[in-house]
Design a protein around this ligand. Structure first.
Ligand code: FAD
Ligand code: UDP
Length: 390
């Protein structure tokens, strides 16, 4: 590690964005990445059907952050793509987030008109209302509608996705997909909704192509890194390392699981080749009980592409899975699981790491945060800029 100013664990958004900012400022950066590719969970590649496959689940770029767009646009062009999701509810496909069109499709015309009027009168057009808030309405008619939406959109999907009820997990999780008092059937309402024109991996290749950045793939960081929290220092291959360490992996792994395993949720993708077109939109959600559909959603990747192949297609059926770091299945930590207990365990790990001043935690795993790609881009930019000021 001689001549290394910054050691980064992980080549996803957190690691790559901060690496580039620091390298541009003249820092010598080494990235250790355990996988055989860069890009973290945004990694994509062209598969046997000529489809741009997102290996770790569909990744749609959407943001209202000019700063994130400006930075990423140094490494990619973009094409327009607005994500639309349909939910399979009472054997119909209706817009998700649940909106005024969903009401029209699921109720008879008279009842639908009435329910729409009540929602618009109470909240106003173009308003977003989290389901847990809608359920607490003082208006019995709104509460009744809220129970219907909860039962048909959130209850079983959330149980399948998290293994917890919607009431047991942080309300911000279901709040990501609010009820929309609107006819806008897009999944996101951000001002910038575009995809990288050559894919995410190509964007990362350009970002990391810098004389001051060295990327070591297939390299498990914990085979090289040792944290001594008592002494407040870090060792790399047995030698004390006084440079900066930016860690974007699992903080419980970094500290040897001394406070227990932090809970994560994993996924398994059943990827299938099909002929022609499989479904009308990129993603169809199945908010039905597990006994009816054990999966949460099906994604047809080519529906996100600019020039999609016509004859063939690739779909991924998404099964939530209990995370097990040593298991054959479910060994990828996709989502932090936010409960009071997990937040307390995470805080204890952070407290312990405070003793080691040259280690910084950044990213979805390390910060135990439900970051979207634009949010971690912004966070990594702010972090790296602050580091350079020191
Ligand atoms: P990651 O992408 O997880 O990168 C961490 C990297 O560190 C990985 O490459 C990992 O292999 C490496 N690493 C970890 N531990 C070690 C170790 N010990 N040694 C070496 N390397 C290590 N965001 C959106 O904006 N839009 C979407 O549509 C969207 N869809 C998503 C769908 C799914 C199924 C998931 C799980 C996430 C989705 N996201 C989406 C979120 C997006 O994936 C994250 O915002 C982003 O990947 C976070 O980047 P990161 O660098 O923090 O983490
Ligand atoms: N959700 C749901 N039904 C849906 C869509 C979402 O219950 O049809 C809830 C569920 O708890 C999910 C959360 O809202 O985990 C966030 O959904 P999002 O689509 O943002 O999840 P992600 O794409 O991050 O997996």
């Amino acid at each position: 590690m001689k001549n290394t100013d910054v050691l980064i664990v992980g080549a996803g958004f957190a690691g790559a964005v901060s690496a580039r900012v620091l390298a541009d400022a003249g820092k010598k950066v080494v990235i250790l990445e355990k996988r055989n590719h860069i890009g973290g969970n945004a990694y994509d590649w062209i598969d046997e059907n000529d489809v741009m496959r997102h290996e770790y689940g569909p990744h749609i770029f959407h943001t209202s952050s000019e700063k994130a767009v400006q930075f990423l646009s140094r490494f990619t062009g973009w094409y327009d793509y607005e994500h639309r999701v349909l939910g399979c509810i009472e054997d119909q496909l209706v817009p998700i987030p649940f909106n005024l069109t969903s009401i029209e499709k699921l109720f008879d015309a008279q009842k639908a008109d009435h329910l729409k009027d009540v929602l618009i009168r109470t909240y106003g057009m173009e308003k977003k209302v989290p389901i847990l808030e809608l359920r607490k309405s003082e208006d019995p008619e709104i509460r009744e509608l809220a129970e219907y939406i909860f039962e048909h959109v959130f209850k079983y999907y959330t149980m399948k996705q998290w293994g917890y009820t919607a009431e047991e997990i942080d309300p911000a999780v279901t709040g990501r997909v609010p009820v929309l008092v609107s006819y806008d059937d897009r999944y996101f309402q951000d001002t910038f909704q575009k995809m990288p024109d050559q894919g995410y991996t190509a964007m990362f290749e350009k970002m990391l192509d810098h004389e001051n950045i060295q990327v070591c793939l297939n390299t498990e960081a914990m085979d090289h890194l040792r944290v001594d929290a008592e002494q407040g220092c870090v060792y790399v291959d047995g030698e004390k390392f006084d440079g900066i360490v930016i860690f974007t992996g699992l903080v419980d792994q970094l500290l040897g699981y001394t406070n227990g395993d932090l809970p994560y949720r994993s996924l398994e993708f059943d990827v299938q080749s099909k002929a022609g077109q499989y479904q009308p939109v990129t993603t169809v959600n199945y908010p039905t009980p597990a006994e009816v559909n054990p999966y949460t959603r099906i994604t047809e990747y080519k529906n996100m592409m600019k020039d999609a192949p016509k004859e063939k297609t690739t779909i991924a059926v998404e099964y939530p899975y209990k995370y097990n770091r040593t298991g054959e299945k479910g060994n990828v930590p996709y989502y932090p699981v936010f409960t009071d207990d997990s937040k307390a365990m995470y805080a204890a790990y952070v407290e312990k790491l405070k003793a080691v001043p040259n280690i910084y935690l950044l990213g979805r795993l390390a910060e135990y945060k439900y970051y979207n790609m634009d949010q971690i881009t912004d966070a990594a930019l702010a972090f790296a800029e602050k580091l350079l000021e020191k």
